[in-house]
Write a protein of this length. Structure first.
Length: 135
């Protein structure tokens, strides 16, 4: 099942939505590789991309939150740190145990599922606050 930036995940902030789409694209590339029996070969590349891109995305989001005085910043930041920790743990597992089907499955659920839930519960709320407080 591919991840899609559906209407219920659109924040209406073009930067955030574009970055979410790139994160979904990376996860979907891994899913596509899995469907072709190449998931183990793709997982390292996916985790490296996610690690770097998530840092940029979260930094951009947090700058917006600070700029507009978003009252949920501290909690939102904690969620971001949790996500980065999950990615680091998956990278560590990859380096210790190598690529395997269980790790690929864990990446798909831990990374993709977390991202969808985070967008629905946190990013939409934050984006609405920013829209309401723009000059």
């Amino acid at each position: 099942m591919a991840y899609t930036l559906t209407k219920d995940l659109i924040t209406s902030n073009s930067m955030i939505d574009s970055q979410h789409q790139q994160l979904f694209d990376a996860i979907n590339a891994l899913l596509d590789a899995c469907s072709k029996g190449q998931g183990r070969a793709e997982i390292g590349k996916t985790l490296d991309f996610l690690s770097k891109y998530v840092d940029k995305h979260f930094s951009d989001e947090e700058k917006l939150q600070k700029q507009y005085g978003y009252p949920g910043y501290e909690q939102h930041h904690k969620y971001h740190e949790e996500y980065k920790k999950i990615i680091r743990e998956l990278q560590q597992e990859l380096s210790q145990n190598g690529a395997n089907i269980a790790l690929v499955a864990k990446v798909n659920t831990a990374i993709g599922g977390w991202l969808v839930n985070h967008i629905k519960r946190e990013d939409l709320k934050m984006a609405q606050f920013i829209r309401e407080n723009q000059n």
